[in-house]
Design a protein around this ligand. Structure first.
Ligand code: ZN
Length: 297
């Protein structure tokens, strides 16, 4: 790797970390924890695989937005780096760096509390048709292709039979040791995790013009499809930033749903701006649990 490339990657990483924006949910303060997410608990359909592997093939009619907006939101958590803090990590960077022991404690708590991870096809089926989800559904998502998502998160999820969604920023593919290789992404996919698109170099979707759609969306998505051998149907907006102009552009390219961060959803097209929260690096388990319940009412 050339020096320039290292600089570029670090620049991208810094940009990604510094510009993701803080999660407003952190500032809402603790909410009454407790069973809100249980409201989504639905009996698994006959023969449904509650391990998180979906057999649903999306298609068909999308219901009116009011129907989708009227359904109880599923908690969707977003992680970036999973590693212990270094003295050089800035205060704002730490919001996006989850210490390893904390991550493990969070996943264990989800498991011990009876949560089941779900994947985007299941969420899509639930939102568009009302299809049943496993009890206590949660979605775990990982952005930017950080290698510790493979070395730390992947084995941790496997321990509990959990599956996750990995949104890959393709400029970083193979830039070891900080980012995953194509082979590692393939391994995640082969193990039943979902691979989603997250642009080429984290460029803000709201600013695309001219060839940006090709550079940021078409080519990276093709590259990911070449790795998995299957269509990529889900997208995550860099920095969680979206506008309604992006929706038809993404649909045109085969995406059926897209994920933002904690912002309010678009009232006309909620499938293209599904909400997630970034789990803050300094959160204790109580804050973690409260945020999950508070943010997805
Ligand atoms: Zn990102």
């Amino acid at each position: 790797m050339t020096k320039n490339l290292v600089g570029l990657c670090l620049g991208v990483l810094y940009f990604a970390i510094s510009a993701c924006g803080s999660s407003p949910d952190l500032k809402n303060g603790p909410a009454a924890g407790g069973g809100k997410a249980d409201a989504t608990a639905a009996k698994p359909t006959g023969g449904a695989d509650t391990s998180g592997v979906s057999t649903f093939v999306p298609g068909g009619k999308i219901p009116p937005p009011s129907v989708i907006l009227g359904r109880q939101q599923v908690p969707i958590l977003c992680y970036h780096q999973i590693r212990d803090w270094k003295p050089t990590d800035s205060k704002s960077a730490k919001d996006y760096i989850m210490p390893i022991a904390d991550f493990r404690a969070q996943v264990k708590m989800l498991h011990d509390s009876g949560y089941h991870t779900i994947l985007p096809d299941q969420l899509y089926a639930y939102l568009t048709t009302g299809a049943a989800l496993p009890s206590k559904p949660v979605m775990l998502t990982f952005d930017d292709n950080d290698e510790d998502q493979y070395t730390i998160a992947f084995p941790e999820l496997k321990k509990y039979g959990y599956k996750g969604v990995f949104f890959i920023m393709t400029i970083t593919l193979g830039k070891l040791p900080h980012y995953m290789s194509k082979e590692q992404v393939k391994e995640l996919y082969d193990a039943g995790n979902v691979i989603g698109s997250h642009t080429w170099d984290h460029h803000n979707v709201k600013k695309y013009q001219g060839k940006d759609w090709e550079i940021q969306i078409d080519k990276p998505t093709k590259q990911l499809e070449a790795i998995t051998g299957k269509p990529i149907r889900y997208f995550a907006y860099p920095f969680g930033l979206w506008n309604a102009q992006a929706f038809p552009e993404l649909r045109k390219r085969g995406f059926i749903a897209a994920f933002g961060l904690a912002d309010k959803r678009d009232q006309n097209d909620p499938l293209m701006c599904i909400r997630r929260i970034i789990v803050g690096g300094g959160w204790g388990l109580k804050t973690f649990s409260n945020a999950m319940h508070q943010s997805f009412k």
